[in-house]
Ligand binder design. Sequence first.
Ligand code: NAD
Length: 274
Amino acid sequence: MQTVTLNNGVVMPQLGFGVWQVPDDEAQPAVETALAAGYRSIDTAKLYHNEEGVGRAVRASGVPRSELFITTKLWNDEHDYDRALRAFDASLDRLGMDYVDLYLIHWPVPKQDKYRDAWKALEKVYAEGRAKAIGVSNFTVANLTRLMESSSVVPAVNQVELHPRLSQAELRAFHAERGIATEAWSPLGQGQLIGDTVVAKVADAHGRTPAQVILRWHLQLGVIAIPKSVTPSRIRENIEVFDFELSGEEMAVIDGLDARGRIGPDPDRMNWLG
Ligand code: NAD
């Protein structure tokens, strides 16, 4: 497994397993399959209502906690300092863990404009060692700049929508300047990129599947990717991406698919409190 060293020295697997839209009772078998296949990083969130299933899978797997990288996220209606601290405790309770490896603010929620209060709570759980790293998700350059003006801890990670149709070049460049790791959510474009003809041609040339080529593109771009599947064969397929390489030309061809093609919400307009 390739890793990325975050700005505080914490080591994070570059490929992880996402569990959005996986009901709690299905999360356990899916995560157990992922762990057996070799994944060591799991991405959940309070919003996903499956932190308990993730925790059960971890305990059932027998994989030592120290070998795992668990991420969860603070939901949008919990940006007050005290509420955020309580939300963090509740996530740990549901996971059945005494720390997480990464805790993220799920969305900036611009209308509410309280992510800086939430960040103070994240700084506290980080100082206590109960989150080994803290970061954000769906933050724009403007959100990140504003956050860093009023804080001493630079986010370790910004988890954003990123796939060949939305390659986020400007944001990635900003992250690189500031030492923030880029993590790609919906790395397969929620499955929409699987049928792309450009991807299919590259996949054929390598005797690989489209999903493997897209995930390989992410790895070579230097971003962290967290594909989701509940199908055991696909879960295994999506981690078999460390034994081939795309050429510079193939990377450029896939880069050419960028069309600012957002699938999920625009962070500047996402004010849903759930
Ligand atoms: P994804 O890009 O990982 O696509 C998942 C879908 O692609 C699957 O449901 C399946 O339909 C298809 N798929 C997966 N593997 C395949 C394969 N090998 N062959 C063919 N089809 C395949 O989409 P996602 O689930 O939206 O994103 C991944 C993870 O990112 C989520 O589970 C979650 O953990 C995270 N996420 C975070 C946010 C956020 O706001 N921070 C938002 C969305 C997702």
